[in-house]
Design a protein around this ligand. Structure first.
Ligand code: NAD
Length: 370
């Protein structure tokens, strides 16, 4: 089979869907075409792909393959270079119905890897986790870079500085890595989440959990989430959380917000009132900005200073650690391919397979994502 790896065209997208390591594994049984320069922004030269067994070609060569591996969904110009019946694998955004409808119209067989269920068998192809892990790390790096004080406590002949106080809002994969990274830098950390099991995880990383008690059975039930993901909490719980967060935010030097609810706008967790109450020179990194942000003052793609607080709205943080992000992503893709290629390396789409069924967005012109 011909497998194509085009360069990503979306602004700010530095990642690539295959690395020399994954190309080498695939090139043993398939014909690989990598678009010239596809790996450049992930520090992978064309020569490394060629040495791994790929042919270096044009965008049309890579997009015209039978199986196209991408990071982001192709735009109209890219779709026009793909052929009907081709298989597309990428982070296609399962909630973007317009794009999925366009892929169906182009008669592509498209898999959105973000839609894989959070089950043990899918762990090695879990792109949300592999990329959120990197993004959580980078969020703390960006915060430390903007923050004009030390993160660790320091006692020097010239004086003593206190450890930075870091507040993490939303402790999924990104939040856990943000806690671990801030801890390594010597910060004192508090964290909040809606889901009950998170408390133990937060404490095991040496951070303090901000407990917002569940007062009703309804709150307790909703807080459990679905499939590991959060659901929108009742207004009363959100109000109580906001009050507690307001108090903790006043003491914080850095806040990293990561709270997401799949397919919905991100919940507002840091109000303008709370930002006003924060210390001058504090920093907020709003990792939820692509879903509208956890703070209403965050601006997409910008760092703004509001009420003396720097608010970082950098989207796509994983792309700022492009080499490792691509390496993890490419491995996720390779693991996914094992589900749709049989032992003779023929394409087999087994819709009885839970992971295949969940990730398959369209086939034969039909939009399958409901
Ligand atoms: P996510 O990116 O969807 O959301 C980030 C966090 O925000 C979540 O922890 C969520 O509970 C939290 N959140 C939502 N609303 C909030 C609010 N109002 N206040 C505070 N926090 C709020 O989450 P994720 O990183 O994708 O992880 C979701 C879960 O799935 C985690 O428990 C993770 O460990 C689990 N997971 C399981 C597997 C597996 O079993 N294979 C793989 C990956 C992740």
């Amino acid at each position: 089979m011909r497998i194509g790896i085009p360069a990503e065209t979306r602004p700010g997208e530095t990642r690539v869907a295959a690395t020399p390591e994954t190309v080498k594994k695939l090139a043993a049984r398939h014909q690989l075409v990598v678009q010239a320069g596809a790996g450049e922004r992930s520090s992978v030269p064309d020569s490394a792909y060629a040495a791994a067994g790929a042919t270096i070609g044009s965008a049309a060569d890579a997009l015209g393959a039978d199986l196209v591996l991408k990071v982001r969904a192709p735009d109209a110009a890219e779709r026009a270079q793909m052929h009907a019946g081709a298989v597309l694998v990428g982070m296609l955004n399962p909630f973007d119905r317009d794009t999925l409808a366009a892929l169906a119209d182009a008669r592509l067989t498209a898999f959105a890897l973000e839609a894989a269920p959070r089950i043990t068998r899918a762990q090695s192809l879990d792109v949300l986790s592999s990329q959120a892990n990197i993004a959580g790390y980078k969020a703390v790096m960006l915060a430390a870079n903007t923050y004009q004080r030390f993160m660790p406590m320091l006692m020097t002949a010239a004086g003593t500085v206190k450890a930075a106080r870091v507040l993490i809002m939303g402790v999924g994969v990104a939040g856990l890595q943000a806690i671990a990274t801030a801890k390594r830098l010597g910060a004192v950390i508090e964290a909040s989440d809606v889901r009950p099991p998170v408390k133990e995880q937060v404490e095991s990383l040496g951070a303090k959990f901000i407990d917002v008690p569940y007062l009703t059975d309804e709150e307790r039930e909703i807080a459990k989430g679905i499939g590991g993901y959060a659901r929108p909490m009742p207004a009363d719980w959100m109000r109580r959380q906001a009050e507690l967060v307001h108090e903790r935010a006043r003491l914080a030097d850095i806040i990293v917000t990561t709270a997401l609810i799949p397919g919905r706008p991100a919940p507002v967790l840091i109000s303008e009132e709370t930002v006003k109450a924060m210390k001058p020179g504090s920093v907020i990194v709003d990792m939820a900005i692509e879903q509208g942000g956890n703070c209403p003052l965050t601006e997409l793609g910008k760092t703004v200073v509001k009420h003396g607080v720097s608010i970082i709205g950098e989207p796509n943080l994983a792309a700022l650690v492009a080499a490792d992000a691509s390496q993890f992503y490419a491995r996720n893709v390779l693991d996914f391919l094992k589900l749709i290629l049989d032992k003779d390396d023929q394409l087999v789409i087994d819709r009885a397979d839970e992971i295949v069924a969940a990730t398959l967005m369209c086939m034969d012109g039909e939009l399958l994502r409901k």
